[in-house]
Design a protein around this ligand. Structure first.
Ligand code: AMP
Length: 581
């Protein structure tokens, strides 16, 4: 798919057409001084489109700096999305209006193509609450959406993945610290593929020292500066974004190349700027290693990270305690524009030091292509409905006769999802050594052997200890007393916790790439209680309907809800499935 990537900055537009299949660039354009020489982003987009005339474009990917709480993944743009974006302007007043102008102009010029917004903040939607919150009054935070969002998402996501590829590892097995060091700078802790901490906050002003942005400053110092200098809020905003960082420290320039040159000549302010810049990064590395309980790779990227051997050298000093040691020759010679990824760590070190060429346009294009080609919808076909299996009883003929009377026919309360199975109107009491659980539903039809399926919590109530078993495997399991209207039966065995499992048709198995008896993991996207279930048995048969069965304890742990109490209750949780390695 060919995707036109539009990246509208506050005063510039970068455009590129990417072939997402071959991962190549089919052309790049750069318009500068928007608002001055070029009237606005709409005019800039029109200029670029005039130059792309004739190029085959299947979709447009728009970089959008802030998705707020509303957008946590790439999103196909319609009028409603545009309206929601307008509400996000206060979160990034310089950037979101520029993004919106680009979106409006491109949608007007290319109305028949899918337009996809790819958000800087989306990669950090996985931040845990403890990392998102500032210690400010909760009502103020909620009212104004004040929390850590994080930025540079496409870059952090891209370089973390490239690092894993280079290490021949699955990103889901790695703890990576990604350092995006360009005009703007941010660090991210990518724990097993998910962003769990990041240095930019509600705005792209927090964290590392940047070209002209301050990064972390004591909030009290800002109040003191505003008071002492008599600054308005807008003046303070402008100072922190435009006059601080390397530019402010060095009193020379916000461009590290100039500062490195002056520092080499002995300029004390420029030397100090480099020291503060590198120290701040080292501080974050230590913090993020602590947050993740270790680190497997530290990744340098963007203009400074990719090009400045001096900064990499300064940052990587004395990281031996993390198992990272820099090889100075490799560092000096690193050329990522040629190689994509260069390992600058000394051989044999536990933690790799990698320089990775970032490619935000490629990342934005591939995310946009995914949405535009409805890959996620296709993935949705891999979802598995979940049934929550409440405690229930299967009876054999003889036991049914004793409990309900000779030749008694169970009556259907309702069909359940597996063909031929039904919940009965009949119920029995489970009489355990400790307590009794009353009115437990029977599932029909009758079976060859009795089986009582309970949860771990039920076992505590009853006072028994039952094994986790596949259905039908009741040998040497504990017994229990069943009390029915016509009599009481004490089973010598038959009580189990059903092993969680998935029923599926052969066609489902083929689509999901699994076989009968495979043991897989199932990730549940629950509402705030995501959970990965391991040890899930796959059972494939023409007789089955696609469904995963969990017991009530498992359902509660994942906050799966059901509004009907009964034997098997369907739920609509979303499930992803991975084959266990
Ligand atoms: P970016 O925002 O990723 O384009 O990074 C731009 C910044 O990277 C510039 O402002 C410079 O400070 C820095 N940079 C680019 N090339 C070099 C270099 N060869 N040495 C040091 N810094 C560089």
């Amino acid at each position: 798919m060919n995707v036109l990537v539009l990246n509208c900055g506050s005063t510039s537009l970068k455009a590129e057409i990417r072939d997402t299949k071959l991962n190549t660039s089919l052309g790049k354009w750069h318009v500068e001084r928007i608002g001055n020489v070029v009237k606005n982003h709409g005019v800039a987009v029109a200029q670029v489109l005039a130059q792309t005339e004739g190029a085959l474009i299947h979709a447009v990917g728009h970089r959008v700096v802030h998705g707020g709480e509303a957008f946590t993944e790439p999103t196909q743009i319609d009028d409603e999305v545009v309206q929601t974006l307008e509400l996000l302007v206060p979160l990034a007043p310089l950037h979101v209006p520029a993004n919106l102008q680009g979106i409006r102009a491109a949608r007007a010029a290319l109305p028949d193509l899918p337009h996809v917004a790819v958000f800087d903040t989306a990669f950090h939607a996985t931040l845990p609450n403890r990392a998102k919150h500032y210690a400010i009054p909760e009502d103020i935070a909620t009212r104004h959406g004040i929390r850590r969002y994080g930025f540079h998402g496409p870059s952090h996501a891209y370089v973390a993945r490239q690092a894993a590829l280079h290490m021949d590892e699955d990103l889901r097995d790695l703890r990576v610290i990604t350092l995006h060091l360009g005009g703007g700078c941010s660090a991210t802790a990518v724990e097993y593929g998910r962003s769990v901490e990041t240095s930019m906050g509600m705005t792209p002003l927090e964290g590392l020292v940047m070209g002209t942005r301050s990064g972390d400053v004591d909030a009290g110092a800002l109040i003191a500066i505003a008071r002492a200098e008599g600054l308005t809020i807008d003046e303070l905003d402008s100072m922190l974004n435009r006059e601080c960082g390397l530019a402010g420290l060095s009193d020379t320039s916000g461009d590290l190349r100039d500062i490195e040159a002056r520092a080499a000549e002995g300029d004390p302010l420029c030397r100090n700027a480099i020291n503060v810049f590198a120290h701040r990064i080292r501080k974050y590395i230590g913090a993020y290693a602590a947050v993740m309980g270790g680190v497997d790779a530290i990744v340098f990227t963007a203009g400074i990270g990719e090009n400045s051997a001096l900064i990499r050298h300064r940052v990587a000093q004395r990281l031996d305690f993390l198992g990272a040691r820099i090889d100075e020759d490799l560092n000096r010679d690193a050329n990522v524009r040629e190689h994509g990824v260069v390992d600058i760590g000394a051989p044999g070190c536990r933690c790799r030091l990698l320089v990775v060429a970032t490619d935000e346009a490629s990342e934005i294009a591939s995310q946009a292509a995914r949405v535009a080609s409805h890959v996620d919808e296709i993935n949705a076909e891999l979802r598995i409905p979940i049934a929550i299996s409440a405690r229930h009883v299967h009876l054999d003929r003889a036991t049914c006769d004793l409990l309900f009377g000779e030749g008694y026919q169970l009556t259907k309360y309702k069909d359940i999802s597996q063909p031929g199975q039904f919940a009965c109107n009949e119920r029995v009491d489970l009489v355990g050594p400790r307590k009794t659980i009353e009115r437990v539903r029977i599932l029909g039809p009758l079976r060859r052997a009795n089986q009582v399926e309970v949860s771990r919590t039920d076992e505590f109530t009853l006072g028994i200890d039952a094994p986790i078993r596949n259905s039908g495997d009741v040998a040497n399991s504990p017994g229990i007393t069943l009390r029915g209207p016509n009599g009481t039966v004490t089973l010598t065995q038959g009580v189990i916790q059903a092993r969680r499992h998935i029923h599926m048709q052969p066609a489902d198995a083929e689509r999901m790439g699994v076989n009968d008896r495979d043991v897989v993991e199932v990730a549940i996207d629950s509402n705030g209680r995501d959970l990965v279930f391991g040890d899930v048995l796959v059972r494939v048969s023409e007789k089955y309907a696609l469904e995963m069965h969990v017991d009530t304890d498992e359902a509660n742990a994942a906050e799966l809800t059901s509004d009907v109490s009964g034997a098997l209750v369907s739920s609509t949780a979303q499930v992803r499935i991975t084959r266990r390695r």
